[in-house]
Each structure stands twice: as C-alpha cells, then as structure tokens.
Design a protein around this ligand. Sequence first.
Ligand code: G4P
Length: 527
Amino acid sequence: MSFTEELEKRKTFGIVSHPDAGKTTLTEKLLLFGGAIQVAGAVKSNKIKKHATSDFMEIERQRGISVATSVMAFKYRDRKINILDTPGHKDFAEDTFRTLTAVDSAIVVVDVAKGVETQTEALVEVCKMRKTPMIVFVNKLDREGKDGFDLLDEIETKLGLKAVPLSWPIGMGQRFQGVYNLYKKQLVLFRPHSKQDNKEEVVVFDDLASAELETIIGEAAAEELREEVNMIEEVYPDLDINEYLKGEQHPVFFGSAINNFGVKEMLDCFVEIAPSPLPRETEERIVEPDEDKFSGFIFKIHANMDPKHRDRIAFLRICSGKFQRNTNYLHVRQEKKMKFSNPTAFMASKKSVVDEAYPGDIVGLYDSGNFKIGDSITEGEKLNFKGIPSFSPEQFRYVDNADPLKSKQLAKGLNQLMEEGVAQMFVKEVNGRRVIGTVGALQFEVIQYRLKNEYGASCSYEPVNLHKACWVSCDDIDALKEFMSKRKRDLAKDIDGQLVFLAESAWTLKMAQENHPKVQFHFTSEF
Ligand code: G4P
C-alpha cells in the first residue's frame, strides 16, 4: 500500500464527555464493530472506577491499567481508526486536555437526561480552540430524557456548536422506537430483544409522508416524527462536510450505546466524513502529513508503575512522513540523535513492537527521562509543534523538602513528575519557593506518594492562597519592567522559564490587568 493510501485510511480521534455519559460503553461498541475485541466488557473492566476520587492508591492502580487503553486502534471499512483515551475522571482533566492535542477529530457524548455537563463544556472549549471537527452523540435514548430540540439548543448555547441533526429519535425511554436517519433517509428501528446479536432493524424509508409509516411506528409517533422532521428541515442547515471539517458545523446523532443502537449510523458517517491526519502548526511552519520526512511530538508520558524500573512510556503522535524503528531521529529540544529499538503500537488492548508507523498513528517510546510533553522528534529539521499548552491550574500549594538529606532526589522527582504532566510547578521570583499547581486536589497526594516510592524523597505542603496562574507577555520592554518591579512578589517562572503571574484573587488579577494595560495575561502557556 502506498504512503498516501496509508495516510488517507487513518482517522485519529478522541471521545469527550462528562463522566458517566457513556464514553466507555461507546468505545467498546466501536471496538466490537471493528472486531478489535470480541466480548463486551473488555474495555469496561479497565475503566477508571467511579467513587475513586478520594483514594489515590486506586488512581495509582488505574494508572497502570490506563497505559493499555491509551490508544485503541481498530479497522473498520478499510480504515484504520485510532481512538485516543481521554480519561473522564475529574482529576485527570489536564491529561485529557493534552490528549486532545493529538487527535484530528472528536466525538462528544451527551447524556439525554443530563444534557450538556461541565466537563464536556471544558473539553469542547479545548477542541474549539483548535477548530477540531466534532460529532455529537446523544446517548441513553432508552431512558427518559430531555426533549430533542431542547438538547440541540443546549448544544448550541452551552457548547457553542452549530448543530446539524443527522438522526432523530422516535420517542424515548419506554416509547423509544428507533431513529430516523436524516442523512441516509432510513428508518432504523430499535428492537431491544435483539440486543444480544447487536443487530438493528433498518427499514429504508425515504418518504415520510407515506401511510406505511403509521403501520410501522404507530399513528401518534408517525405524526410526531413528520412534524419534527419538518421542523428540523426548516430550522437546521444541511450538512456541509467542509463546514464540519472547519469546525463550524457539528453533526448530531441520537442513540443508546449500551444497546448498540444508533452507534453504527454514527460510525458509518464518521468514517465517511472525519478527517484523515491534518496538517500541524509548528513555530517554524505548517507541517503537512504527506511530507516525505518524518516528524512527530510527545503528548503524553506515562511513568512505569514499578519503582525499580524508572523508565517511562512517551506517546508520540506522528505528524508527517513514515516513522521507522531503529532509525536515527533528532530530539529537537535536546539537540541529540536518538533511535528507538522497541517502538510500541497499540491495537485495542494489545501491544506490539512496530517497524513503521504513519501520520495519525500513536507510538509508545520507552524513555529513561529524555522527554517532556510537547517535545518534537524529526528527521533533522528543528521543528517545535504548537498547540500543546499548559492550562492554568486551579489548586495551589507550596511544596517543601521534608528530608534535608534528600533535596537532590526531591528536585529530580519533582522535575520528572512535572515533565510527565502530573502537575505544574512555579518557582517564585522573590524567594525561590516552589509552588505546585494542579487541576484536582488529589494530585497533591499522588505527587507525595510517588516522590516517596519512586525517588525516595519526602515533601510537605503549605497552603498558599492563589486563584490563577497566568503566563504574561509584553511587547513594551519598559512596561514589562515596571510590571515586574511592581508585582515582584507575585511573579514566578514555570519549568520552561516562562514568566508567570500568580494572582491571589480574581480581583488582584483584574487590578493587575487594569494597572498594566500593555501587559497581556494568558490562561494557557501558549499564546
Ligand atoms: P463513562 O465512560 O462516560 O463514564 O460512562 P460509561 O460508559 O461507564 O457509562 C456510565 C453508565 O451508563 C454505565 O452504567 C453504563 O452501563 C450506562 N450506559 C451507557 N450507555 C447507556 C445507554 O445507552 N443507556 C442506558 N440506559 N445506560 C447506558 P453503570 O450502572 O454506572 O455501570 P455498569 O454497572 O453498567 O457497568
């Protein structure tokens, strides 16, 4: 198969949702369609268990498991589909944000009863920043939930997406009969008793006005469906694939993942319209996937669970060219040549050594501490991929050394954990004190535990009253100097040496913005 064919058949995406909306169930159904797993429950058993928020040992255990589900690849209708796992746990939010930098499109799962929830809003915001094409799947139609039009409204107002319904439910909960596929003009009937064989009954039906509809779904449902489909045709635009690809239209499907209903409609549409590997921006230039020379970036680092083996797995997203095993590549930040003898590919939950991989693929590289998130690997060109920012954390604490004899171990451990993206560290300009910022409170315990177990170092925390960390920039050197001298005690550097303003409250931030209008405050590290 030619390079171009390999490229075009790849679709790399992530599923985003609020925990419990049905991401794991949907992933599993997709893998079943692709024949990548044979039995239901194979992914489920790997799932990050609920109610584990207060138990960091449980998170440690899950961390081990989640290597296996980081990338799940399967083949469907001659395409190679890579699903990148976007952990839905609340304390994994930043990891999830970063994974989204490595996808070309996303599927957003919304629970029909709960509607659009907070985590979905945050994740969709990240996709929108990058204009990632998104398809929405409204799940759990076998249960009572919100009215379809109200949901479309929520999708538009809360998520800011331009909804284009491609399927429409016929009733819901007890009355749920199936969906009308607006894209293919087909009635797809839900027959719950047949869920074991995963079959849907598809009735090709392109004339909703036909009296036959009454005999199939009953009078009341037929009338309702006709009315609703009329309304959809009046209110919502037709799908324009280019608009979808530009991130400006968002197809919406309805179904029930657990019953495997409506999933195939969405998957069939997905393989038709979802983008193949897209060009990627670097600080230097745009990298096209079909370039001859290989390039890629690290978007996730996974530490080994075994403290005796400090090696980690760095996940590389291939952006251009063909990646080959045992070939000399350039680690751009470290300006050093490296080759990889055991690059790993993932196929559902199986791992295997690969000889070559193509744009859109994810390869796991064994790493003894060379990589940090955002690093580029190329055939020689100095490229730095953009779009892998850090986000302002929400919780902060001072971190201190609790064992004076182990300060080196502490420094090393903290550095490596930050490179892995467990949390962010800021060093205050005035006194050199280290502040750790995380998305969830649990991360502090995880850091303490891992420092002890993996690095033999002890740390203690002290509360610090902070609201946000903002990266600052300013074109006017004098204005910057003035800001730096006036706000000295609130300034810090991140691990890349970038200047960060640590705002104590929303008010301090507002005042700083007002008093220093020439200084820009950014909520992500990339601006
Ligand atoms: P998540 O990964 O987004 O957190 O969600 P997950 O797939 O685990 O689904 C959350 C719960 O919703 C699960 O139930 C799952 O069985 C259920 N679910 C998923 N899709 C559907 C659907 O189409 N209809 C209905 N009625 N339920 C659905 P659970 O009881 O929490 O877990 P389990 O005991 O079933 O494993």
